[in-house]
Design a protein around this ligand. Structure first.
Ligand code: NDP
Ligand code: GDR
Length: 333
């Protein structure tokens, strides 16, 4: 039997890679998209014509119930979110609504459509649910590495909203016996990463500087350290979590951490330039509160899922720079 997946956030980086991966696995893939004339939908149709589009918005409960009713999915991947941390201070309420309450609405849609009941007298839902939790929930950390037992101390409205989404997923699992899990994913990047995130901002700028289209790169906190991996590796982990016998949460990351400064050095080195000649410190890109260190302890994912990341940090950064070099060489601007 062909399995059916419903993905929210299909027009984002992870939605793109996950759709590709599930199509390869023989799934029928449905993607929730919002708004009229959303330009990313046309792009999605061009890149992944096999994905079936279903209208819906994480702000609109009725639309999510209709989507689940229409698709009758075996698996739901909730990747939709306002995901850019700085925006979450400027639009804290809408971030809470989409990134936090949106999780509750998606869980409710599954509960209503499948008739899961707290009395457990009716069978619990057959629909398996994946929530895109984030290492941003850890925030202010005191240990060198973070695992499934590390306490949360989020440092942004985004991190707080994700913590709500995480706990409500756990609560629906415990209250209704749903197969609902969270993957606590550390930063993962790719040539398809949004240009507002630091890795892609750097890879684009380095490519443009190399081509003579730009002469400086303005950045905020260069000391911040992140555990950066490749998005293509991380969507495999999402799928693996939903194929287990029991629903559990997993930390997913490489177990290695690098500073923004190191990221910049590797990126400039990839084109034979020295970063010191081009990087400018700009307070505009500093945050009201930042997360200074993240580094995953992915032991559980490795031992129980058999998941391993395949791409190193250096290879990832180099690939992103090369991809942007090709992009800007072609467009010339
Ligand atoms: P992106 O920012 O690339 O994609 C976000 C997606 O959410 C887009 O498809 C966007 O659709 C959709 N979206 C925004 N608002 C709504 C809404 N109201 N209703 C429905 N969909 C909406 O994120 P990523 O692909 O990088 O990340 C995927 C998920 O994983 C997110 O939840 C993110 O917070 C989380 N995460 C990401 C990590 C990373 O390093 N990439 C790490 C840990 C967690 P539209 O095109 O309409 O704007
Ligand atoms: P993050 O990613 O906030 O970790 O969230 P981002 O790439 O935006 O920032 C990483 C670190 O780089 C520092 N930084 C800058 N960041 C940006 N965007 N632009 C800059 O100019 C800049 N200069 C320095 C930041 O201060 C920060 O410390 C990402 C998102 O994908 C979330 O949705 C996800 O949950 C987490 O990763 C895990």
């Amino acid at each position: 039997m062909t399995k059916r997946a419903l993905i929210t956030g299909i027009t984002g980086q992870d939605g793109n890679y996950l759709a590709e991966y599930l199509l390869d696995q023989g799934y029928e893939v449905h993607g929730l998209v919002r708004g009229q004339a959303n330009p990313k939908v046309a792009q999605l149709r061009r890149s992944h014509g096999d994905v079936k589009i279903v209208q819906g918005d994480l702000l609109d409960q009725g639309s999510l119930i209709s989507a689940v009713q229409q698709v009758q999915p075996d698996e739901v991947y909730n990747l939709g979110a306002i995901s850019y941390v700085p925006l979450s201070w400027q639009q804290a309420e809408i971030t809470a609504e989409v990134t936090g309450m949106g999780v509750l609405r998606m869980l409710e849609a599954i509960r209503v459509v499948s008739g899961a009941s707290s009395s457990r007298t009716t069978p619990s839902s057959q629909i398996r649910f994946y929530q895109a939790s984030s290492s941003e929930m850890f925030g202010l950390v005191t240990e060198a590495t973070q695992n499934e037992h590390t306490p949360f101390h989020p440092r942004s409205p985004y991190g707080v909203a994700k913590a709500y989404g995480h706990f409500i997923t756990q609560n629906y699992r415990e209250s209704y016996g749903m197969f609902a899990v969270s993957g606590i994913l550390f930063n993962h990047e790719s040539p398809r990463r949004g240009s507002e995130f630091v890795t892609r901002k750097v890879s684009r700028a380095v490519a443009r500087i190399k081509l003579g289209l730009q002469n400086e790169l303005r950045l905020g906190n260069m000391e911040a350290r992140r555990d950066w991996g490749y998005a293509g590796d991380y969507v495999r982990a999402m799928h693996m979590m939903l194929q287990q016998d029991t629903p559990e949460d997993y930390v997913v990351g490489t177990g290695h951490t690098h500073s923004v400064q190191e990221l910049v050095e590797v990126a400039f080195r990839a084109v034979g330039l020295e970063c010191g000649d081009y990087v400018v410190s700009d307070p505009e890109f500093r945050r009201p509160a930042d997360v200074n260190l993240l580094c995953a302890d992915p032991k559980k994912a490795r031992d129980k899922l058999g998941w391993e990341p395949a791409m190193s940090f250096e290879e990832l950064v180099t690939r992103m720079v090369e991809s942007d070099l090709a992009l800007f060489s072609e467009s010339g601007r």
